[in-house]
Design a protein around this ligand. Structure first.
Ligand SMILES: Cc1cc2nc3c(=O)[nH]c(=O)nc-3n(C[C@H](O)[C@H](O)[C@H](O)COP(=O)(O)OP(=O)(O)OC[C@H]3O[C@@H](n4cnc5c(N)ncnc54)[C@H](O)[C@@H]3O)c2cc1C
Length: 367
């Protein structure tokens, strides 16, 4: 599909590895052999990131999988050890568990889904434990022995017993590293941040003239829809616009079953930023749609400003959470007070109808 769209656009697609040799000039090692040198009037970097494999004793020799190898697996691991309790680790851990593998998730932080509130993370932990997934929190991978795909031992440091988790396969999902090293960006005057991302301003312009960066390599939130919006920011500004990446309302969804979706502020973030808020919460079981689906797990919560009816944030953990979140997102985009959503008539029995029940409650003032 993407190739067809490329062809239709009239743009030339060259498959190969590009490397800068001078400002706005790249040398491409072509996938089917040979080298091609290209100089552009304007350059747009869309380099992405790759899975980080930490430099730990024995880890590289154990040949752990990243998501690339895991998604290509044509067999079921006997006992899969997943290192990392973020999006990638959790989504794939649950999927592999449902295929029938034994699963252990190792997470160095105090909770799964580190970016979410503690009550949300606790609900995800309950889900995982109910599915028979072993979760080791506050446990850090310090090394590995053996070979993933045969027998592998994850050496850990944490409150657990022996510090060794033995399994058949090891999957590392501990974060991402930008694809910015070793491609001559310095020869093109393109500076990096301390963490290796391309340094950009709020219009995604780099430090080099007529060079822009978009998506994950520019340090933008790591989602496809954000990379796409980065593209729109640059495109629109090239056509005379003044769009910026500052203050964007970015939704996200962890595609567990059930889904975990959030838009705007979490409680943790509001507290950190000193933003006063009131809270509305509702168990998913009270959303009648979840009864029709027989999937009553989870809850909804909305943060409303302490001194107005402005919606600050919304989290949904439950069936159809991402679609439900989109309704709140539109209200936030329009600057609607939560009372306007409350007054809406939503179809029965849809997930969105749950908003009627959530917002009919009395907001409690957070401590
Ligand atoms: C397992 C997994 C699941 C995900 N699921 C979701 C999801 O459900 N929803 C969501 O919104 N996001 C998801 N993401 C994140 C999403 O994939 C990324 O945020 C998105 O792809 C970023 O787009 P990008 O254009 O910045 O980079 P990429 O999509 O990574 O594209 C960068 C491309 O540049 C190429 N490249 C890099 N360097 C060079 C070079 N020197 N020369 C030539 N080519 C080069 C790379 O090979 C790559 O093809 C997921 C990520 C992972 C790993």
């Amino acid at each position: 599909m993407h190739l067809d769209r490329y062809r239709a656009s009239g743009a030339e697609l060259i498959m190969g590895q590009a490397r800068f040799t001078a400002p706005r000039t790249v040398e491409v090692e072509l996938a089917d052999g040979g080298i091609r040198r290209i100089r552009g009037d304007r350059v747009f970097l869309n380099l992405g990131t790759h899975a980080t494999v930490p430099d730990l004793p024995g880890l590289a020799a154990a040949r752990p999988m990243t998501h690339v190898e895991l998604l290509d697996l044509d067999r079921l691991p006997g006992h899969l050890i997943v290192v990392g309790g973020g999006y990638v680790g959790l989504e794939l851990a649950q999927a592999m568990r449902r295929f029938g593998a034994r699963l252990t998730v190792i997470e160095q932080g105090p909770q799964l889904a580190g970016g979410e509130d503690a009550d949300v993370a606790a609900a995800v932990l309950d889900l995982f434990r109910d599915e028979g997934i072993d979760v080791l929190l506050r446990t850090r991978l310090v090394g590995a022995e053996g070979t993933s795909g045969q027998e592998v031992r994850a050496l850990t440091d944490g409150p657990g017993d022996a510090g060794i988790v033995t399994g058949t396969d090891l999957f590392v999902a501990v974060g991402r590293t930008p694809n910015t090293e070793g491609i001559g960006l310095e020869l093109a005057g393109i500076e990096l941040t301390g963490s290796g991302y391309v340094k950009v301003d709020e219009h995604l312009a780099t430090t080099a003239e007529r060079v822009w960066a978009m998506g994950e390599c520019a340090g933008s939130p790591q989602f496809t829809h954000v990379a796409f919006d980065d593209f729109r920011v640059v495109r629109d500004n090239l056509h005379g616009g003044t769009r910026s990446t500052a203050g964007r309302l970015v939704p996200s969804c962890m595609f567990l079953d059930p889904e975990l979706a959030r838009i705007g502020c979490s409680e943790t973030e509001a507290s950190r930023r000193g933003i006063g808020y009131r809270l509305l919460t509702l168990p998913m079981a009270a959303v009648l749609r979840t009864r029709t689906l027989s999937e009553p797990r989870g809850f909804l919560k909305m943060l409303v400003a302490a001194d107005s009816d402005q919606i600050l944030g919304f989290t949904a953990f439950g069936a159809e959470a991402s679609e439900l979140m989109a309704a709140v997102q539109v209200a936030m985009m329009a600057g609607l007070p939560y009372t306007a959503l409350r007054a809406g008539i939503f179809t029965h029995p849809t997930a969105a109808e749950g908003l009627t029940f959530l917002l009919s409650g009395t907001p409690t003032t957070a401590q």
